[in-house]
Design a protein around this ligand. Sequence first.
Ligand code: AMP
Length: 557
Amino acid sequence: MLEGTVAWPSDVASRYRARGYWRGVSIGDVFEEAAQRHAEREAVIEDAKRVTYRELRTLVNRVALHFAERGICSGRRVIFQLPNSLEAIVAYFACLKVGAIPIACLPAHRQFEIEHLARFTGAFAWLIPATYREFNFISMAEDLREKLPELREIIVTDGACGKNLTSYDDLALDPIEQRRSPAALNALRPRPDFPAVFQLSGGSTGLPKVIPRTHNDYLYNSYLLASQSGFCADGTALIALPMMHNFPLAGGVQPGLLRGARIVLAHKTDPETIANLIESEGVTWLCAVPAMVLNWLNSPAFRHSDLSSLRSLAVGGARLHPEPARRVIGTLGPVLTQVYGMAEGLCCTTRPDDPEEVIIETQGRPISEADEFRIVDERLNEVEPGEIGELITRGPYTIRGYYKAPEHNRTNFTADGFYRTGDMVRLHPSGNLVIEGRNKDLINRGGEKISAEEVENLILSHPAVLSAAVVAMPDPLMGERSCAYVTLRQGGTLDLAQLNRFLEHKGIARFKLPERLEVVASLPVTAVGKISKKDLRDDIKRKLQEEGAGLTRRPSS
Ligand code: AMP
């Protein structure tokens, strides 16, 4: 056990093993087997780069040997901040082979998130591109390194490398296997009940919480999610979402490469790029968040390309409403799979043999026969069938606790080990779930989760601000966007551009920046004196409706 993680009770663990849900192998071992079996097949395609399983295996073993030589192994934590790339895939499987634990950060994260996660996990290494989307990762890394004494290695995957930085190319191009046999890696194989990866929660309380997923549970999750969402081992998956996010990683990249499929990586999500790749690579499986899908459906590129290879479009991360779901089927044929899931574990999907209306209206049902769920009221009593309540769940791939977070674990898990999802759901007569909302203070911006509290804390540090509350405002494309309400100190002034410059300076990811600012004289409070977010949400909804109807003008802030 890694210190700070919470194990399944031993009788439950024995049952999961006995039933074969946990296979008792590490993900690195399964990758090795698959890479040998499918050696001549194409494995990864990224722009002009195309590698077979044989080539991928050579790269993974080589980088794993280098990692081991540098001490990146045996439970050490590695921040992954790489864009979708062959390098990210190689480094991911290399870590799993030597028992290092990738931390699934996003290229969008900035100093604020990285500093916290690096400190909190005691990260040993950090993988970055030199620049990506015009952001200079090297200068961020150089600034932060001083503050992070436990961080030993910063590995840069492209371009020139600065002082004290390691070039990924120097590792990937150096045939270390001629000096050290890859058999040496066997001694470093992690135990299957050891964390394979640290996913991050889109949690509502301040900074992201860390989700330790074991080799056993993540492997099981991956296989089931892929097969239930229509991903076939002989297929081609297109990964356009950030690949370290749980949905594309557990649903696409990982199961694909463990079963001999082809993985095509995209750097952009615009309709032309996606339609071209589907057509030219014969893509069979694609995962997306609803905002992307809406954008694709509206585009000529999607209407005029040959997308007939596509067998499954898995849509999740945020609610896909019935009207766009109907349009997906109308435009692309019966390819839609709705996916509702979370990095903490539980995944639900609609199934191809569900009636069309069920695929349109619901977000599916759990992928494992061993997933247990209840829909409960505030006192954890089950609601009547068809009524809305919070979904709580436990099972062979849902964590029993966050990493090093005993306080959060007391409130986020029930005494009998159910994870409290915070999602408000309803049981559909078909037995599938419909996601109706959330009771967590979280904004779901097209699948990217923003913790209101995290952003509020930063806004409160602005010298002009007296009090602040961040709420979701409805948005036709993203589902939700964030709106900040503030009151100002006497004489203080603030507009949205000033606020966002200030927040960017604090180093938070851009997707968390408020997209509207409302400066008010006072914030509404509830009977017990807490800020009433419900009133603020109602207020912004009303303002948007009035603006939409042309009754008022959009304020300039
Ligand atoms: P993450 O761990 O970032 O994947 O976020 C998980 C959360 O995203 C869930 O708890 C839900 O709040 C939300 N979510 C995921 N899929 C869906 C979906 N299909 N419909 C509605 N909400 C979703």
